[in-house]
Ligand binder design. Structure first.
Ligand code: FES
Length: 234
């Protein structure tokens, strides 16, 4: 049996399996590290940077950094939490996140993180992007102006042969997700539903699902993100 790796997060003694990342081990030890692009059992992308922690004075993404014996991880400290607020603000201003009118309100991880870290008015100017939405699929609607480019859909929404239904197109400010309409033509209700859930914001929506669960009764309306560690583990 492989030996567990002993390390600490904010002084709390934790144990990890060999090869586990800081984020996975933190969740196993009941410690919440915020994440947006992380998905359990999916190769990490390290794209959102919200999971940044400090190890030996250096910033590291917890979702991509393996735990090492004796590692001392700093997580819930003012410096990192302030950094997280600025990342959340940047994500808000670079998209059109009009929460009161969004189907994902209450189930949106970005909105929930904004509440958790008490984001007020962003310090950055709003960009109000005008990326074209895609309503061409029978079951999915894609609002690219809400996409935070986390790549979760690209990495996790696949057909039976393992082909990704989503990809990035364009570059720079025009970078956007696109759906492969040929592959997604006969997408099942289950996979369409899964795609909507995998999206941490309201960019991928399942058609005919609007507001089935009333706002006020949704996941993060009831409890703050991270207060139930199990709900973080998808
Ligand atoms: Fe680690 Fe996004 S969760 S970079």
């Amino acid at each position: 049996m492989s030996e567990k790796i002993k390390f600490t997060i904010d002084g709390k003694e934790c144990y990890a399996e060999p090869g586990q990342t800081i984020l996975e081990a933190a969740l196993d030890n009941g410690v919440y590290i915020p994440s947006l692009c992380y998905l359990k059992d999916v190769i990490p992308a390290g794209s959102c940077r919200i999971c940044n922690v400090k190890v030996a004075g250096r910033f590291m993404t917890a979702c991509t950094t393996p735990v090492a014996m004796g590692m001392e991880v700093e997580n819930d400290i003012p410096e990192l939490n302030e950094l997280r607020v600025s990342i959340i603000e940047m994500l808000f201003v670079s998209g059109n996140h009009f929460c009161p009118a969004c189907e994902k309100s209450g189930n949106c991880e970005l909105q929930a993180l904004a509440y958790k870290y008490t984001m007020m008015v962003p310090r950055y100017p709003y960009l109000f992007p005008e990326k074209k939405p895609d309503s061409g699929n029978k079951k999915l609607f894609i609002d690219r102006n809400r996409c935070i480019l986390c790549k979760r859909c690209i990495r996790a929404v696949k057909d039976e042969q393992g082909r990704s239904l989503f990809a990035f197109k364009n570059r720079g400010n025009e970078l956007a997700i696109s759906l492969d309409h040929e592959l997604a033509e006969n997408i099942s209700d289950e996979l369409a539903e899964e795609a909507m859930e995998i999206c941490p914001v309201g960019s991928i929506l399942k058609k005919e699902k609007g507001f089935q669960q009333p706002i006020g009764h949704r996941k993060f309306d009831k409890q703050a993100i991270g207060s139930d560690i199990k709900s973080v583990i998808k």
